[in-house]
Design a protein around this ligand. Sequence first.
Ligand code: AP5
Length: 215
Amino acid sequence: MRIIMLGAPGAGKGTQAKRISDQYDIPHISTGDIFRANIKNGTELGVKAKTYMDQGLLVPDELVVDLIVDRLRQDDCVKGYILDGFPRTIPQAEALAIALNANGEKIDFAINVEVPDTNIIHRMAGRRACVNCGRTYHIVNIPPKAEGICDACGGQLVLRDDDKPETVAKRLDVYHQQTKPLIEFYSSKGILAVVDGTKEMDEVFAAIEKELNKK
Ligand code: AP5
């Protein structure tokens, strides 16, 4: 099963993608996590990506597409995967379709997690991410057992650089201009499923499962 998660920054794509990955035993491929790992390791890609991410802008398509297409050719993707944060522009979606088509493959589901901008601002301000394993929490909705410490690995929990309010506003602008058109793109292909991302996390996951079980 090949799945794409769509939705605004902070809509809960990563949270749900991890659950789908566990449930269906397919890899969760997050472009944001890949870039953050590169930034942490000081790679050339990380240095380039950081300049865009810190401003709330998208990393240029040419730095993203080949990276993901190569990732999808790895052995663990044979049964499928869940893409979180890619594609994010129409050119990325077209490049993905061409690369998959060349292997006789296609995306099965594009799941749009719908959350209004007003909810997003609250979510981002409360999100904390583990510097070590990347797991995310929310100081009110999903607090860790011990404040500031990751339940999974004991790493330190921090506010992401791009979760500062001024950067979140820019990311939302960029989402509306460059990423939202993907909803129509996948709707026109008949593979779009829309779920209400303002519900409790378990309810959102149940709605996603219902959509995935339709085929
Ligand atoms: P990326 O890391 O992909 O960020 P994003 O899409 O902005 O999404 P987020 O990770 O911020 O949010 P999410 O939807 O996963 O929500 P989450 O589950 O964490 O990308 C970062 C940057 O990298 C981009 O800005 C760009 O610069 C660059 N980039 C990445 N991919 C790119 C690409 N393809 N092309 C170009 N550039 C690219 O949830 C958010 C919070 O809400 C959490 O605290 C969570 O606990 C909480 N929460 C989740 N669900 C619920 C719920 N149902 N109820 C209450 N709280 C909830």
